[in-house]
Design a binder for this molecule. Sequence first.
Ligand SMILES: Cc1cc2nc3c(=O)[nH]c(=O)nc-3n(C[C@H](O)[C@H](O)[C@H](O)COP(=O)(O)OP(=O)(O)OC[C@H]3O[C@@H](n4cnc5c(N)ncnc54)[C@H](O)[C@@H]3O)c2cc1C
Length: 482
Amino acid sequence: MANVDKFDVIVAGSGMSGALAASIIAKNGLSVALLDRNKPEEVGKKTNWGWVCGDAVAKSHLDFIKKHVNGIDFDYPELDKKVDGVYAISPDMKSKFMFEGEGYVLNRPIFEKKLLDRAIKNGAHHMMEFEVEGPIIENNFVVGIYGKDKSSSHREIRAKIVIDALGIATTIRRKLPDNNFVDRHIHIDDIESTGRYIYSFEPVKDDDMFYDPNNALIHLNQELAPGGYGWVFPKNGNKINVGLGVQKRSLDIRNQKLNKKDTLHTLMDAYVKWNPVIKNPVLDNQFNNGKGYWSVAVRRQMESLVFNGYMGAGDSMAMPNPISAGGIGPALVAGILSGENAVNAISKNDVSINGLWDYNLAFNDVYGKKTAGLEVFRVYLQSLNNEVINYGMKNFFSGKEAEQLSYGQIPELSLASKFKMALKGAANINAFSDLIYVVKKMKTLNGIYNDYPKTPDTFDHWKETVIKEVEEAKHRFQPNPV
Ligand SMILES: Cc1cc2nc3c(=O)[nH]c(=O)nc-3n(C[C@H](O)[C@H](O)[C@H](O)COP(=O)(O)OP(=O)(O)OC[C@H]3O[C@@H](n4cnc5c(N)ncnc54)[C@H](O)[C@@H]3O)c2cc1C
């Protein structure tokens, strides 16, 4: 016979989003179970490979937490290294745009432990070494979860609301009843396969296009990282977080065209070798976290983040930024907003889709409304080869416009359009007119998301409109890495 427990809220997954959701709920006096498969000292570890991540987060997102979570603050060692900005660099290494402003590279295991400690201090009931296997569904409501506890015994835990913070491989969202609110599947073209190393090394020369102790660097290069990018993020001391993400379809096309058999692993090693500043890197295996592989979704977040009795936050809802794959910020924001809205829904005694809808509105307002536009920009970028990216980064944008884009704002292309008449080469002229199309599409999508349905009644029609717009762009832009 299964053990059954009951709480107001279950938060499944104690990563970035889950620990914050539980903190907020517990602080408001509700009973909350925070479940994670890891031991407390390894909380937030995504897989056996560790806390696989580039660990870069904008300062503004940490400020958001400080504003919403009582008395929390961050410092060294969880903020391992301050960076002035994130720069995107063109394949020919000639153009460099600031992509995001001030931020930090985290010491992830320490940061996650701090969030867990705060949740426990606020009164969350943490159940570690608990494997969540799926949702309990009754009358089309999520009413709990089932799984295996520390001693491998089958357990059922029930609650008024389940918050799914299990990350991209979530066993809850994927087992929801068939419904039009929360998609159960993510298309493989919308996933980046990623991997990263943490190395200590002696820089053998100064070249801030390859390693910059004060800035995070992103290398766009369709041959080195087809359909994605490589990154070199500085850590404290002579250490770096270096990694690479690829889209599988782009990698296959690139391999076929170049008659190569590269995999994510061979590309990662080739990327490290390609970097002239990094010589003789030594794996930094603190917390057994030196090397790992995992996936990131780079589509817009799920159109609805709620179902009856169910809310999702972070990677379980495909929240990372579609261009940068930055998912820490939205996970932190969603953790807080899901917690706040779960408390409100329970106080109103309505945990149906209707009662939870305000969370959709809140997340859309703070972060979500820009992501569909960014997804369209992502598919556009994946359709350009190195030559066109080089040309485009030199001629299409001013630095300011590129930065606007990274924040999800729509560049007016006022400056760039001046160059239009001077553009050279059919591929470049096509890429520029495609860019005009993309910017227009981003504006349309921003408009649609500004009109996010105030209640679930008009959601179906709204979602159809979003899908139509995004699919039209996906049809137009096919991956074309080389
Ligand atoms: C290689 C790589 C590089 C990245 N670089 C960056 C970056 O530099 N900046 C950035 O902002 N974002 C980056 N991201 C994305 C970022 O890591 C994620 O968006 C972020 O971790 C999401 O947090 P989360 O809380 O939603 O999920 P997760 O961090 O995935 O946490 C989920 C938690 O749930 C637990 N869990 C999962 N399944 C179960 C289960 N069945 N039962 C019990 N527990 C379970 C996990 O063990 C984990 O503790 C990167 C991702 C990858 C893979």
